[in-house]
Structure formats: structure tokens, C-alpha cells
Design a protein around this ligand. Sequence first.
Ligand code: TXA
Ligand code: MG
Length: 305
Amino acid sequence: MIAQHPAIRRYGTAAIAEVAREIARGGIVAVPTETVYGLAADATDAAAVARIYAAKGRPGFNPLIVHVPDLAAAERIAVFDAEARALAARWWPGPLTLVLPLRRDAGIAALVTAGLDTIALRVPAHRAMRALLEACGKPLAAPSANASNGISPTRAEHVAASLGERVPLIVDDGACAAGVESTIVMAGRILRPGPITAEQLGLPLAASEGKVSAPGQLATHYAPSKPLRLNAVSGAPGEWLIGFGAVVGDDTLSASGDPVEAAARLFDALHRADASDPAAIAVAPVPEAGIGAAINDRLRRAAHR
Ligand code: TXA
Ligand code: MG
């Protein structure tokens, strides 16, 4: 059998028209957002959504985030209270996901929410995802465009390497600016730390252990294929060291110790570490403040096996 490779299209009018046609006929496409690349399908088309789960090899109980162009579109799908509306007004478009009560008449495929009576919604800021939402006029379900339990993709090449022929089309618009998945908020608590920090939101982090409310926050969600050691100040023999600040390694999250740069480079660095010769990975400590909470959350998951 001849291996099929996905078509990678540079972002532009022609690329968006092509992927919108693919979405309209029930297909799946990979498209960048400001956080990570997403694997998108029409959220009102159950068969299309099933193709996302199949391509990712994702467990059926793990619900997907739905992307919409604006707050008005979001309010047609979920019930907003004053607090949710204030968060949306302040942070959308941007890397904030709100989990809210689902409107049963919104036409969202049940597979999207995996049977929950809530739905995760966000209004993305990235030009490619926004152009696709406008072109297809449908809410788009889009988890990160990687095989289940793999490293999230922050470049088109990561998507191609992880999903291969399981995704027919990828829109390439370079590296994602934020580099970690959106912050998820439900009922005044942060279910998943992300680019918008707990400090910025003024909200507490929900205790994550054993949470049924965020099934995707499984401990092993972000695992590379090798063992990973945290808080390493130097590399041991046989380790690929990812540095930060003063800890100089084979690679660095940020030589200047900038946590925002580190978040943007995190998954790229994990992909490089996974592809390197050494059998193990070590990562320098990253301060927990601000977006550091999201970086350390992803690193702990990557280390858990
Ligand atoms: O930045 C992002 O959010 C990226 C880009 C592509 O937009 N998307 C993303 O989606 O990370 P995904 O499907 O990989 O992550 C969905 C997360 C999972 O942790 C899932 O459990 C949680 O959202 N989730 C979805 N619906 C939920 C719900 N109704 N209640 C609680 N958690 C929910
Ligand atoms: Mg993911």
C-alpha cells in the first residue's frame, strides 16, 4: 500500500476556501489557532465529529472544545450567566475556554460533549481559524491535532508527523503564538491552566486529581515516548536536557528565562527531545508563577507514565 501524506497548504484565501469545502462535505482538517493546531470538523455533523475521534484514536468519553466566531454565536449554543458573559467580554477572542450548560436545541452533535450536559466553548483569535469559521458558517469542534496522548502540535509539521494520512489537509500558518492549550474555566474555577493565567482571571485552580468534570485532564495526556525527568539542573548521561534560563541544555525553552517564550516553545522542544538520540529527557525547572503554572501542568503530565 502506498502511504498517503496530508496536503499542507500555506494560509491564504485559496487554502481557507479549500478547507471550508472539506468541512462542508463532512471532512476533518488541521488548522492553526493562537494556542496549538486544532483538528476541526463541523460540530453539528455527528459523522464528521466521529472522524476526529477516529483520526486521533481518542477515547469516546473525552469531550471536545467547540470554536465559534463571537459571543452571539456562543450564546446560541450555551447558557451564559453574568459571570461567564463578563469573562467572554474581557478575553474573547483569545485563549479562554468556558464550560457552560448546553442548549439542547443548538444542534450540536452529542458526540462532541460525550453525553455531558455542559459544553466547552471558545472564540479563537487566530486569523486562520477565524477565516475558516467565517467561510463555513458552522461551529467547529477542534481538539489539538495530534494522536491521542501525543504531544500537542504547534507547527504544521508536528501535525503531519503525528497524524500522517489520517488528516487530508493542513493549513500552515507557522508556529502558534501561545503554544499551550487554552485556559478552561467552569463555574468560577480553572479546570486547565493555560495562556490566560489564574492571576489574570482572579480565579482558583480546581484540584485536578480524579476530576470527572474534566475527563481530558487525564494524567498521561501529554506524554512523549520517552521517560522525562523534571526539575533537572544538569543532564545525566543518556539524557536530552531541555534548559531554561541559566540551565543550559541540548535545547532551551528560553535562554533569557522568559516564561511566555517558554510556553510558546514547549511542545516544539518536546517534539525535538522525542526525536533526539538520547533515550531519556530531562527538563530544567520553570517558575510556577503566571503562565509557568500551565507549563508545569503540561510537563507533569508529560513526565507521568
Ligand atoms: O487551545 C485549545 O483549547 C485547543 C485549540 C485547538 O483550540 N483545543 C484543545 O481541545 O485543547 P481539546 O479537545 O484537546 O481539549 C479539550 C479539553 C479536555 O481537557 C476536555 O476534557 C475538556 O476540554 N472539556 C471539553 N468539554 C468539557 C466539558 N463539558 N466539561 C469539562 N471539560 C470539558
Ligand atoms: Mg490535546
